[in-house]
Design a protein around this ligand. Structure first.
Ligand SMILES: Cc1cc2nc3c(=O)[nH]c(=O)nc-3n(C[C@H](O)[C@H](O)[C@H](O)COP(=O)(O)OP(=O)(O)OC[C@H]3O[C@@H](n4cnc5c(N)ncnc54)[C@H](O)[C@@H]3O)c2cc1C
Length: 310
């Protein structure tokens, strides 16, 4: 057992009890976390992890909550946010060292401005470096795993650096998904002026495609489902195209709606609950299974759910 006093005495940063996760998720949905922890710095965060592990208090590190659906009943245990404690980075020649809390869009912009290639197509992804490692975030032919050289995790009471070769990455998958990631080292490619110009054009095209196809003005959590593996999907369609073919764009449940712009996005039109989103997830899965014989798998991470219901 752990007492609230012990948590408050150990952590120097901010600890909020019963903090609503609505303000900490891109979907603006979710009940309260028992403890919402915003550590002061890296040492403070490690102290918190050490305490929670020693006392068996469940915890979860989050970045910007851009790929999360948090249950309406909230999250038991602690949610630890990384932006402040793990928000430092350095760029030396083509080597980038970044804390897990650093904004992916910001580091992609900074490195590309320094004529370093490898992250520029990820600039439209609104999460953190830690989230990008846990999810192996990717877009338009680039994945975070392409540039990772090493990752620092917290394990058995202390930080440990592991090399790229010890980590398994796949499509929106990383073997580190259940570890606490403190930071990462990345090796980028020095770009010639001609290469920089070419990639800049591709990068701008990607921004335009995003703006034209994604509901960026409404709260959402990016793609809800992973695109199915080609061998399991004779149609060759992406998850969003399948949902569109089922006629589900614009379908509402409570305050949640399958986006008109993109079938694989669910938007919060104002007062959506996690239960509303979950109903739409089950509806889409059911229709796609019946029409295409494909079982869609979630890309978003569910927090606070005891089980997946469909
Ligand atoms: C409009 C929009 C567009 C998007 N486009 C893309 C896209 O093109 N490609 C793509 O891949 N994703 C996309 N996403 C999804 C999302 O931005 C990425 O998955 C991102 O990497 C998540 O980062 P985050 O910091 O917000 O993580 P969170 O959503 O906070 O967390 C996601 C998962 O990562 C874990 N995590 C976060 N930080 C850590 C850490 N330090 N240590 C251990 N685990 C951690 C969390 O526990 C959780 O399991 C999009 C989202 C939105 C809203």
């Amino acid at each position: 057992m752990i007492s609230t006093e012990e948590i408050l005495d150990t952590i120097r940063g901010e600890v909020s009890l019963g903090e609503s996760m609505k303000e900490h998720t891109a979907l603006k949905i979710g009940g309260s976390a028992d403890f919402y922890v915003d550590p002061l710095d890296r040492d403070d965060l490690c102290r918190a992890l050490d305490l929670f592990e020693a006392r068996n208090l469940p915890y979860r590190l989050i970045g910007r909550g851009t790929n999360l659906l948090v249950n309406d009943d909230g999250i038991r245990g602690a949610v630890i946010v990384t932006a402040r404690a793990l928000g430092d980075y350095t760029i030396r020649k083509n080597i980038v060292t970044s804390g897990a809390g650093v904004s992916l869009a910001m580091i992609a912009e900074k490195t590309f401005s320094a004529s370093l290639g490898g992250l520029e197509m990820l600039q439209g992804i609104p999460g953190t470096v830690g989230g990008a490692i846990a999810m192996n975030a990717g877009a338009y032919g680039q994945e975070f795993s392409d540039v990772v050289s090493w990752v620092e995790i917290f394990e058995n009471g202390k930080p440990r650096v592991i090399s790229r070769s010890e980590i398994e990455f796949g499509y929106r998958y990383s073997s580190l998904k259940d570890h606490a990631v403190l930071g990462s080292g990345m090796l980028l490619k020095k770009l010639s002026s001609a290469e920089h110009d070419k990639r800049d054009r591709l990068r701008r095209e990607a921004f335009q495609k995003r703006a034209a196809s994604q509901p960026l003005s409404m709260p959402n959590a990016g793609s809800i489902f992973r695109n199915p593996r080609p061998e399991e999907n004779p149609s060759g369609l992406g998850a969003g195209q399948m949902i569109d073919a089922c006629g589900l764009k614009g379908v509402h449940r409570g305050g949640a709606m399958i986006s008109h712009e993109h079938g694989n996005f669910i938007v919060n039109t104002g007062q959506a609950t996690a239960a509303d989103v979950f109903e739409l997830i089950c509806l889409a899965k059911d229709h796609v299974r019946k029409m295409f014989g494909v079982t869609l798998e979630l890309e978003i991470k569910l927090l606070g759910f005891e089980q997946t219901l469909c």
